[in-house]
Design a protein around this ligand. Structure first.
Ligand code: NDP
Ligand code: BG6
Length: 481
């Protein structure tokens, strides 16, 4: 099956922070892949802006190397890479001063294309950039701004940032990125839920025993020690990526697949979350071969690199079905997975030794994205009625023909959505504030108690406390492997 590429309208995309890690690793390689796929029109321009002066030629050389490193297969198409780099320019800008703004305006005003500004800089600069875009006449009613995470560090700061952005832009112009929403399987989750009759009638507390969401990483904090040690897994992953997954799995069917209909339903889920009880949370910090505290250079750091919790959603659909969420760095395997564990059959007609069997729907985001449904069948062969669970596997790469599918990374998909003006996969301001309102008391509780995260071995599945959350409920986490 060949994926369809629909070119977007011509655009100018200014990437503030164009020399930074995110732009060089994800945004620019992603744009190159869209260019090569024919989705980015040849007239489109990318203007990378950063504080340190350099010539466009030098910036193109840097970007060529970044694309070769982070998108090596596509970068072998040197003709396409050359043509793409001709569309790339560099402009020195000071987000906190006047340098470069007039030149940027001169670059942009001659064009009647879609204008988008990507704030890929430290969050302290978001407000200053918004203000300068307005003051220098660079923002019109059609302008779009893309705002990176973290969006605040609690509800108060998120609210303040929303208020600042609202001084200059309408909500319909603001694209708050959560790159998990751009992942293929996350969208597939909505397709599976709302495009099939099969699952939705069973998608509730009457049939679902519990749901697990795991985002396990093998990497550590890398070069982001300063940011990470002030954030921790709760702010870095739980408040955004895992909560977004929770919303999509738990929300009511929206009336349409349009931005506000989807985001209204997600918001209702967040608002229906009960406060989390302290014994339903576990925190951990990796140690062993790689040691978190050494990596951040603080032998007393109390920041968690792992968090697991049990969430309850108080509404008609989910009352009585717990959601178990966990995420951590330097775990045994890279695995992002949502698992829906259905209840036992109300009565077993088979002998005791046929065993208890449950249907498990597992939605894998990465690696090997796909959906597996565990069904119970008779074990083949003679010897009576013995039951076994077998997976009905739908690994997308196999089902759809791997070479034929145009693999689209989350960032490139989301940037194309910005150009199309589609906010469905972006977080609305009230959603972000509500997510913080749920997370804030948890973090405040840790701070007040002086809570110290439990050490866990690198390569493990997290601290024992996380297992206990499950064990107390007579359940177990899925294996991280
Ligand atoms: P970097 O520190 O690597 O890059 C920062 C960029 O901002 C540089 O291009 C820098 O230019 C520019 N910059 C700094 N000060 C100014 C200024 N006063 N005026 C104009 N430009 C300035 O950051 P990242 O790329 O890692 O992160 C960017 C954003 O993306 C942050 O909000 C981060 O939280 C978010 N993010 C990053 C991820 C990642 O994996 N890196 C993942 C998820 C989100 P110069 O060097 O010339 O000063
Ligand atoms: C980012 C976090 O938002 O997501 C990182 O800041 C994390 O700490 C990353 O490593 C994980 O994203 P992915 O797409 O690799 O699962």
């Amino acid at each position: 099956m060949v994926s369809r590429v629909i070119p977007v309208d011509p655009f100018d995309l200014v990437i503030f922070g164009g020399t930074g890690d995110l732009a060089q690793r994800k945004i620019l390689p992603g744009l190159f892949r869209r260019f090569r796929a024919g989705q980015m029109p040849p007239q489109a321009r990318i203007i990378a802006a950063a504080r340190t002066a350099q010539e466009s030629a030098a910036f193109r050389a840097q970007t060529r190397a970044a694309i070769q490193e982070h998108s090596p297969t596509e970068a072998r198409d040197t003709g396409a890479l050359d043509r793409f780099l001709q569309r790339v320019h560099f402009q020195q800008i000071d987000a906190l001063g006047d340098t470069g703004w007039r030149a940027l305006r001169d670059l942009l005003t001659a064009s009647d294309r879609i204008e988008a500004y990507y704030f890929s800089v430290s969050p302290d600069l978001f407000g200053a950039l918004a203000e300068r875009l307005q003051n220098h006449g660079l923002a019109g009613p059609q302008t779009r701004v893309v705002v990176e995470k973290p969006f605040g560090r609690d509800q108060a700061t998120a609210r303040a940032l929303n208020a600042t952005l609202a001084q200059y832009f309408d909500e319909s112009q603001i694209y708050r990125i959560d790159h998990y929403l751009g992942k293929e399987t996350v969208q597939n989750l909505m397709a599976v839920r709302f495009g099939n009759m099969l699952f939705e009638p069973l998608w509730n507390a009457q049939y679902v025993d519990h749901i697990q969401i795991t985002v396990a990483e093998t990497v550590g904090i890398g070069g982001r020690a300063g940011y990470y040690d002030a954030a921790g897994a709760m702010r870095d992953m739980m408040q955004n990526h895992l909560m977004q997954l929770l919303c999509l799995i738990a929300m009511e069917p929206p009336s349409r697949f349009d931005p506000d209909a989807v985001r209204d339903e997600k918001l209702k889920v967040i608002r229906a979350l009960d406060p989390v009880k302290p014994h339903h949370i576990a925190r951990g910090q990796y140690s062993g071969l790689a040691d978190y505290r050494s990596e951040v250079g603080d032998p007393r750091s109390k920041t968690e690199s792992f968090v697991a919790l049990r969430a309850n959603i108080s509404n008609w659909r989910w009352s009585g079905t717990p959601f178990y969420l966990r995420t951590g760095k330097r775990m045994g395997a890279r695995l992002s997975e949502i698992t829906v564990v259905f209840k036992d059959t109300p009565h077993s007609i088979f002998e005791e030794d046929a065993g208890r069997h449950r249907n498990v729907l597992s939605i894998r985001l990465q690696p090997n994205e796909g959906i597996t449904l565990g069904v119970t069948i008779k074990e083949p062969g003679p010897g009576g009625m013995r039951l076994i669970d077998v997976p009905l596997d739908m690994t997308f790469a196999e089902a759809l023909g791997d070479e034929e599918v145009d693999h689209v990374d989350a960032y490139e998909r989301l940037i194309m959505d910005v150009i199309r003006g589609n906010q469905t996969l972006f977080m609305r301001g009230d959603e972000v504030e509500a997510a913080w309102a749920w997370v804030d008391p948890i973090i405040e509780g840790w701070t007040k108690r002086g809570d110290v995260p439990k050490p866990y071995e690198c390569g493990s599945s997290g601290p024992g406390d996380a297992d206990q959350i499950m064990q107390r409920d007579g359940r177990a986490w899925r294996k991280v492997s």
